[in-house]
Design a protein around this ligand. Structure first.
Ligand code: HEC
Length: 144
């Protein structure tokens, strides 16, 4: 468990470094690092919620929301309005989750977490592919 958390932290740092140099997601590789960082942050939020720390969970969700802003900018720059809109939905849902985690109602936070997860799934179903053998994720053909 500890090892997974450390890996996620390293990924986030690697990606944040790359982005501060490049001023945004310039390549599919950057995009992939960003998604991994989002996955790490959301996974961290889920763990923190399970252990009852809404404040720690909120900090992770704040990161995920910031990264999602870079995802939205990536699609906007490429003139892809539909996935940019789905990224906007995810930002809104992560924002609602952030607000819920700032309160004391764990059930409300749980419900907001599910909604944020659904926003991830909406874009993944439409635009994400997975190699059946290597399990690696990629863009569906023709998306970019
Ligand atoms: C606007 C579209 C979009 C939204 C919204 C989105 N994703 Fe993704 N995600 C993708 C695409 C496309 C890929 C495949 C490309 C890749 O992995 O580089 C992906 C890949 C991933 C991966 C696999 C990364 C890898 O390459 O191993 C993770 C983890 C992930 N997303 C987590 C999330 C989480 C968590 C959310 C919601 C908080 C989310 N994503 C929301 C488009 C999206």
């Amino acid at each position: 468990m500890k090892r997974i958390a450390v890996c996620a932290a390293v990924l986030v740092m690697t990606w944040a470094g790359a982005v501060s140099q490049a001023q945004g997601l310039k390549s599919v590789e950057d995009f992939s690092k960003c998604m991994k960082a989002i996955g790490g942050a959301v996974g961290g939020a889920s763990k923190a919620m399970q252990s009852g720390s809404m404040a720690d969970a909120k900090a992770e969700v704040t990161k995920a929301k910031q990264y999602m802003g870079a995802v939205q900018a990536f699609f906007k720059e490429k003139g892809k309005a539909d996935p940019a809109g789905l990224a906007g939905d995810a930002i809104a849902k992560l924002g609602a989750l952030e607000t819920a985690l700032g309160g004391t109602d764990a059930a409300a936070a749980g419900a907001a977490f599910k909604e944020a997860g659904a926003a991830c799934g909406a874009c993944h179903n439409k635009y994400r592919d997975q190699d059946p053998t290597t399990k690696a994720f990629s863009f569906k053909p023709g998306v970019l």
